[in-house]
Design a protein around this ligand. Structure first.
Ligand SMILES: [Zn+2]
Length: 132
C-alpha cells in the first residue's frame, strides 16, 4: 500500500495532460510508504511510448529529499494511450524492487492511476490510499 495526498494525484494528472502526446514522468519522495512531495521530471525521451529521467535531475531530487529527511519512494509515468499497467519495457527497466512504480493512464475518458512493485521481472499491483 502507498499513501498519496489527493493534491499530488491531481498534479500528476495535470502534468500528464500538459505533456501529451508524450509520456510524463516524475519522482515522489516521502517517508515509509507515505508520499509527501512530487518532483515533476523532464522526459528526456520526449516520446509517447517511452520515458527516461535526466540523471542530473534525478540526483538533484535525491539530494533535496535527503536534506528534508525523505527518500525517493516512488516514480510515476503516464501512458497516454495504453492501460495503467507496466509494459514489457517498464518491467525490464525497473531497477529498484523497493520502489513503487506508479502509472497513470489517459487512455480512457477518466484518468486511471495504479501502483506496482516490480521484482524479478514480475509486476505486482500495490493499492493506493488517497489522503485528503
Ligand atoms: Zn510505461
Amino acid at each position: 500500500m502507498i499513501r498519496i495526498p489527493r493534491e499530488i494525484i491531481e498534479r500528476i494528472i495535470a502534468q500528464a495532460r500538459e505533456e501529451l502526446p508524450n509520456e510524463a514522468c516524475g519522482l515522489l519522495t516521502g517517508e515509509g510508504n507515505v508520499v509527501a512531495e512530487l518532483y515533476p521530471m523532464r522526459n528526456v525521451d520526449a516520446s509517447p511510448e517511452h520515458f527516461s529521467f535526466d540523471p542530473r535531475e534525478q540526483f538533484a531530487v535525491l539530494k533535496s529529499a535527503r536534506q528534508s529527511g525523505q527518500r525517493i519512494i516512488a516514480n510515476f509515468h503516464s501512458h497516454p494511450a495504453t492501460p495503467a499497467r507496466p509494459s514489457g519495457e517498464d518491467i525490464r527497466l525497473a531497477y529498484d524492487p523497493e520502489l513503487c512504480y506508479i502509472i497513470l493512464s489517459l487512455a480512457e475518458e477518466q484518468p486511471v492511476i495504479k501502483a506496482f512493485s516490480i521484482r524479478d521481472g514480475r509486476a505486482e499491483q500495490v493499492s493506493i490510499e488517497v489522503e485528503g
